[in-house]
Design a protein around this ligand. Sequence first.
Ligand code: SF4
Length: 680
Amino acid sequence: MKMTKVLVPTVCPYCGAGCGFYVAAEREKAIGIEYMLDHPVSQGALCAKGNAALEILYHPDRLTSPLKRRGEGWARISWQEALDLVAKGLGQARKKHGPRSLAFLSSSKCSNEDNYLMQKLARLLGSPHIDNCARLCHAPSVVGLNKTLGAAGMTNPIPDIASSRCIFIIGSNLAENHPVISRWVHRAKDRGATVIVADPRATPTSWMADVFLQLEPGTDVALLNGMAHVIINEGMINREYIAQKTKGFEALSRAVKDFTPQRTAEITGIAPEDIVRAARAYATSPASAILYSMGITQHSTGTDNVQSISNLALICGQMGRPGTGVMPLRGQNNVQGACDMGALAEFYPGYKKADDPNTIRYFREAWNAPDLPPGPGLTATEMIEAAGAGEIKAMYIMGEDPANSDPCSEHARRSLESLDFLVVQDIFMTATAQLADVVLPGAVWAEKEGSFTNTERRVQWSHKAIEPPGEARSDRGIICDVARSLGLQFDYPDAASVLAEINRTVPQYAGILRERLEGSSLVWPCPTVDHPGTPILHRSGFNLAEGRASLIPVPFSPAAEAASRNHPFILTTGRVAVHHNAGSMTRRSPSLISREPDLFVEMNREDAAALDVEDGDEVRVATARGETAAYARLTDRLKKGVVFMPFHFPGTNILTTDAIDPEARIPEFKVCACNVFRRD
Ligand code: SF4
């Protein structure tokens, strides 16, 4: 009998580019990938991670049944016993210590429907403490873009980059981290666009730059203010746009007055003439776009950095047209969607403020729930801190690994250990799952269906190609089971029924019906069922008072830690091409881990020579938090005094600081003082 191969359309489980591909399945087994030539972003391309996505499906480490802790080990248990234990663990903490003793960590790897249900579960149980890992990557984009532009999303679609005439990439190594997006930058460059790259580290992204600004870590605000100074001083502002579409120009103008090229150069370490060159190129091109990523957001000044980016775009009127705009490149495939769905401490679904009584009134009615908690709740890192302090007693963590991904990870681990009850829902036994009382086996993207929202606000439906292994279940199914075991009515037979509720409660998604996503995608806001979606935001104005964007003066503040006698280097962290986030999936992917198997520290050759360290030597990297071993990789990519480590391996976040941005409450992963020692 001839076997029929089916091609199932899915969305890549890794970065926020949201590339699409087909999982080829035969006899309910995934047998390969086929490229999606008509996908609006990837157009048939995938990077190394996307091409390796199937490698994790049948990995022997997959969790295939619920587990409970037994002594130092684990016992396989039935779903019924697992759900009883979860209901008892969460229920007892709630009864004894109140609903605010519960905390929920949702996942930007999971679908919109999974995230919507997770935040609804938290809030129906009376806890405002719900968050997702956007807190660790793009919380300043949510706060900063909402304040300046009135919408927390990328302003223009990815393919639009090809029509830019000047592309300013700051704090993003997209050639490695969003490789398919970098193809659109190459396309623009082939058409003659100027590319400016600002980064403390020379990277494959900076190799395509016409102007490379190698700034000191943590000096982005100074650079952006310096560019604004040049643009105002040389009369390159868009006066008409400023007058009609913005407010606050006079105050901004005063705030950047002192950021002369010379002073900016002293702070940033960039030559004054390069600052001027970059400012002129950006301001005078007919269509300029700014692309940024976690090099901007993972700072104690992350919100300031984002606001400074908006300022630059607004004073030049580089907004609301093809090829312009401000583009935060999200790290995980559904960071945008998890935030849209209200899996955030300060927002209910649709960015309705959690501290606004109207929000509570609205969801009381929508969910038929008499008692909902106002926020803001504790953020992802704050809830772990509160666990350590004994204020949070029980946690439900889905698809996140804070024991690896949080700053000061040893401290995070100890805090999680001090919980009365921890339930972790994941696909592998992560470092966090190792600390749980109960582990629930979830499904990966190809084993469930649902919608995902990529970094350009594009909502796509990912179809189910195969069954989960063993007794693993879809995350939606598990959350519903947990909710029912706690006495809540959670009747969502499929992801489409959840999306139908999202259509009713999230205005940006009102017209994004399940049937409209079949073979297509829609970009929010999409307010009605016949609306075509909104690829370019702010064409006619801003969703702020008087329809005007806010120019917000941003003073320069240095990073929380500076180099010192004991810690003379600045450590900055980031990603490499073949790994993703905490590495729970890519470190189990044979073709990826073989290319980058170990934790390394990149350092300048002169710094290494002074320490008598040679390429490939094992060294110790130490900060005030702890120390870790890594292999030295000597390079000319970094200036003297700066070292770089990827954060995909467990050792890196032992070192990072828990200094946070006061508004977005994101930790400062990008700057901490460290020392490096030879291991003898
Ligand atoms: Fe997946 Fe991102 Fe690579 Fe596209 S660029 S294949 S979404 S990891």
